[in-house]
Design a protein around this ligand. Structure first.
Ligand SMILES: [Zn+2]
Length: 100
């Protein structure tokens, strides 16, 4: 039997959660992962734009495609917490190589 005090609702998606579901400051695990990914993409976006500035190129039209590639590359190969701009640069280089 579920007791009412064991139930909480995710403030993001409104899904009911039990006491065994992980609590991330009021949101459920799924929403937390999504939020973290969105944040990570935002950070990668600004790092990529910095890189473009440095090598003096305009933001390409297919930026979303590049971002998706680099994001996946960083998720797969870099440290999940201590990733940094050089991981983004490596991801971007891999994208250029994959386009050849
Ligand atoms: Zn949720």
């Amino acid at each position: 039997m579920r007791r009412i005090e064991d139930i909480w609702c995710c403030t993001e998606c409104g899904t009911e959660q039990g006491r065994h579901d992980q609590w991330f400051d009021g949101i459920c695990e799924g929403c937390n992962t999504q939020k973290a990914n969105t944040q990570k993409k935002d950070e990668i976006t600004s790092m990529l734009i910095d890189i473009f500035d440095r090598i003096v190129i305009d933001t390409p039209n297919n930026f979303d495609e590049i971002l998706e590639f680099v994001f996946e590359d960083v998720c797969e190969t870099a440290d999940p917490i201590n990733w940094n701009e050089s991981d983004v640069a490596i991801g971007f280089r891999r994208w250029i190589e994959s386009e050849k």
